[in-house]
Design a protein around this ligand. Structure first.
Ligand SMILES: Nc1ncnc2c1ncn2[C@@H]1O[C@H](COP(=O)(O)OP(=O)(O)OP(=O)(O)O)[C@@H](O)[C@H]1O
Length: 735
């Protein structure tokens, strides 16, 4: 199509107009009628243009596409960049950076300081050559030797005019430079005379030293620097947009390939320039071609690393779904995260933890500290074997150990003793999965459940001003009389509990209760498992945990099991980690978005040293309890399960069947410490262990006096279960 100026417009606007209005649209729109309607003040047609004229306005026209440069609403919605940079706002990070700079300066000074004699010898050796170089350079300048080539060239080409011009210019220069030389020479001469006659000895030596250093520096060959290298830098090449586009185009992602085939050069894929981030690498934001999601790229992290020719541990693609699913944030670190020396844990040698506040957990790919706040949360740690779950659990428990108020329960069901360093500070500790160990654990967990019930009652009865949010506060935790100190329970390989044939259901029921109600009561449950599936990590637990740390997993089901529903779909994929990424995972629940973190690496001996410090702090606070104080748990108690006998007592002989709620009331009356607060579900689960099921029971409501059919217990079932148990125990005793 040709416009008024005779230029060819690449867009056939007439055709598009016709298409919008349908065939013959130009005939259908009656402009006169439209004008009449406007003149008569009729409502403007929905299709009317902005000027009120009838007919559709093409949004694809150049005018419609033009965006106003400056609008107030645009400014209101604009994202403000922080006045103080992020690393300065975090005290820990700012101190860390300042310490690093001081340390670097100290190292450099010490390195060069120790080499001063060597440098002095080098400088003295090079000084004569430097002196000659200085004199020669000066003489060359004085006699304008740099113009010599041109003068000779003009002579060779017999260009008399040019030669004369250059010769005259040289004469002028030599004369002028000679005039400058006289005062300079005089000054040097006078300085020498003064040094030789009137100056003090230190001044003479200082002047001589300065002269030697100056000459030595001038006499230094270009390929042999005077100073040795104190710090060897391994600077990574900068990341360029062309490189990113080229790498993305090799990933065989259909949408990207299609865009490139259609002539997209990728120049407009970058909404902001690629920047250095925290001095640790390059950060590129990429607006992927329409229809391509960032998760497609995240899944191909390994191929992307190969396309960028960087180690896998340097390449960290993430989806920024806050903007839209096609916005990719690519961080390319200078150093391989899985190989880099781990940043030492700040609490290694000094400092205690307040569990109500965060403590250092690890670092992100940018080298920034990642915190963890255990209070008011439960935590799940999951991955395939040998990725660092136990180390992560131990790290979290070490943090808890450094809060002298906290009671620690550590259960190492793998039984290898990985949690053994924590034993000196644990209120309850057990390694192994034998019957004895499981019995110990069930007693401990029953104890925690009873404690949970007690705490909820204490919190409920506290005056509003002391407990405004109906949850434990740091002040309440400090009051020893209330007994609301933090309780942190760590279980490694928790699937062993939940799959246990006898106590599995009870463990599940207690843990579900703890995950749901424990955080508000100051009880934190941390579960680690290498088999994150519905059986190893019951959904009631996995759905309610707040904190989640997912190291490498193999599939999206495990990913979502640990990190939460739909995480895989939204691009939070722990499947992208490689087997070398030990201790590296996605941490969700701390902060707004899940973040990649490498846990602080603490080996056994280091953990021992931290625990020694933690124990000393507990001794000072008078808070060495349970296992740590040498108390043992009577595991025989668990074998003498009193529930059946207690039921036999409360059911009496007169009634054949009793409603569950009535049984619960009677049990609470019989043993308030064991049964107060027990729910119907809990009783049902406890009965299931003995193979007893509740059934429909007809009875009369004592308050209303009306008959009703409700769930209840048959006394015959209890008697049968007791007989069976006694027979079995008798058989075992006889054998
Ligand atoms: N933050 C870390 N940095 C470097 N290496 C780590 C880190 N955390 C753990 N590792 C390494 O990973 C290895 C496995 O750790 P860990 O025993 O915790 O794995 P796991 O997942 O619990 O294994 P399993 O499933 O067999 O219990 C350890 O030997 C340790 O050296």
């Amino acid at each position: 199509m040709t416009n008024e100026n005779g230029d060819r417009d690449p867009i056939d606007w007439e055709r598009y107009e016709e298409e919008i209005g349908g065939p013959g649209a130009a005939d259908v729109v009656d402009l006169d009628k439209a004008r009449q309607r406007r003149d008569h003040g009729d409502q403007v047609d929905a299709d009317a243009g902005p000027d009120g004229s009838a007919g559709p306005v093409l949004v694809d026209s150049v005018a419609a596409q033009r965006r106003p440069r400056f609008t107030l609403s645009g400014l209101r919605d604009a994202k403000r960049r922080p006045i103080v940079p992020g690393w300065l706002r975090s005290r820990a990070e700012a101190t860390g950076n300042a310490l690093w700079a001081l340390e670097l300066a100290g190292h450099t000074l010490a390195y060069h300081g120790i080499r001063m004699p060597k440098y002095a010898a080098k400088v003295t050796w090079r000084a004569p050559r430097g002196a000659v170089r200085l004199v020669v350079t000066y003489v060359r300048w004085w006699f304008d030797r740099e113009g010599e080539v041109f003068r000779q060239a003009s002579a060779r080409e017999e260009d008399a005019d040019l030669y004369l011009k250059l010769a005259r210019q040289r004469d002028r220069r030599v004369r002028w430079r000679g005039i400058v030389t006289v005062p300079v020479a005089l000054a040097v001469f006078l300085a020498l005379v003064w040094l030789a006659t009137a100056a003090s000895t230190p001044t003479v030596w200082a002047a001589l030293a300065a002269l030697i250093v100056a000459c030595g520096v001038v006499g230094t060959p270009a390929d042999k620097p005077l100073l040795d290298t104190a710090v060897v830098r391994t600077d990574a090449a900068p990341l360029t947009s062309a490189e990113v586009v080229r790498a993305l185009s090799t990933l065989r992602i259909v949408g990207i390939d299609r865009a490139i085939r259609a002539g997209d050069t990728g120049k407009r894929w970058f909404p902001a320039p690629i920047q250095r981030d925290n001095g640790a690498g390059w950060r590129a934001e990429v607006e992927l071609p329409r229809g391509v999601t960032a998760t497609e790229v995240v899944e191909k992290r390994e191929e992307l690393a190969s396309a960028l020719a960087r180690p896998l541990g340097c390449v960290w693609p993430e989806a920024n779904t806050d903007v839209h699913p096609g916005r990719l944030v690519l961080f390319v670190a200078d150093r391989d995260m899985s190989r880099a020396k781990p940043v030492p844990w700040p609490l290694l040698k000094t400092g205690l933890v307040d569990l109500f506040k965060s403590f250092p957990f690890g670092t992100d790919p940018r080298g920034r500290m990642v915190p963890l706040t255990l209070m008011f949360a439960s935590m799940i740690i999951g991955s395939i074997p040998r990725m660092g779950k136990t180390f992560t659990l131990r790290l979290a428990l070490l943090g808890a150990a450094l809060d002298p108020r906290a009671w620690l329960y550590a259960f190492d069901l793998k039984g290898t003793g990985d949690l053994a360093p924590l034993e000196p500070v644990c209120h309850r500790y057990r390694a192994g999965d034998d019957d004895e160990d499981i019995e110990y654990a069930i007693i401990a967990m029953r104890e925690v459940r009873a404690e949970l019930r007690r705490r909820t009652k204490v919190i409920r009865e506290l005056p509003r001003d002391l407990c405004p949010e109906n949850k434990v506060t740091p002040e309440l935790a400090d009051r020893k009389t209330l007994g609301l100190h933090p309780v942190v329970i760590g279980v490694d390989e928790c699937q062993v509990w939940f799959e246990h044939p006898k106590y599995g259901d009870e463990f599940e029921e207690i843990c579900t209760d703890l995950v749901k109600r424990g955080p508000a009561a100051g009880i934190v449950l941390i579960l680690a498992t290498q088999r994150p599936d519905a059986k190893s990590l019951p959904t009631g637990i996995s759905a309610n945990a707040v904190l989640r740390f997912c190291l490498k997993v193999m599939g999206h089901t495990e990913n979502d099991m640990v990190l939460g529903t739909s995480m895989h779909k939204t691009g939070i994929r722990a499947t992208m980690f490689s087997r070398r990424d030990k201790g590296i995972g996605y941490l969700a629940g701390e902060g707004d978005d899940p973040q990649i973190a490498r846990t602080a690496y603490i080996d056994g001996p280091t953990a021992d040293a931290i625990v020694t410090r933690a124990r000393a702090a507990r001794e000072r606070a008078g808070n060495l309890t349970g296992h740590a104080a040498g108390h043992t748990v009577d595991t025989v108690a668990v074998r003498r399960d009193t529930l059946l006998d207690d039921l036999a007592v409360v059911l009496g002989t007169g009634e054949a069947k009793v409603w569950t709620e009535t049984v619960l009331e009677r049990l609470a009356g019989l043993r308030p410490d064991a049964y107060a607060g027990m729910t119907r579900d809990q009783l049902t689960a406890a009965l299931k262990v003995h193979g007893i099921k509740t059934k429909q029971v007809w009875g009369t409501d004592p308050t209303t006096g009306e008959g009703a059919n409700r769930r209840g217990i048959d006394r015959a079932d209890i008697t049968a279960a007791i007989t069976k148990r006694d027979r079995e125990q008798g058989g075992r005793a006889a054998s």
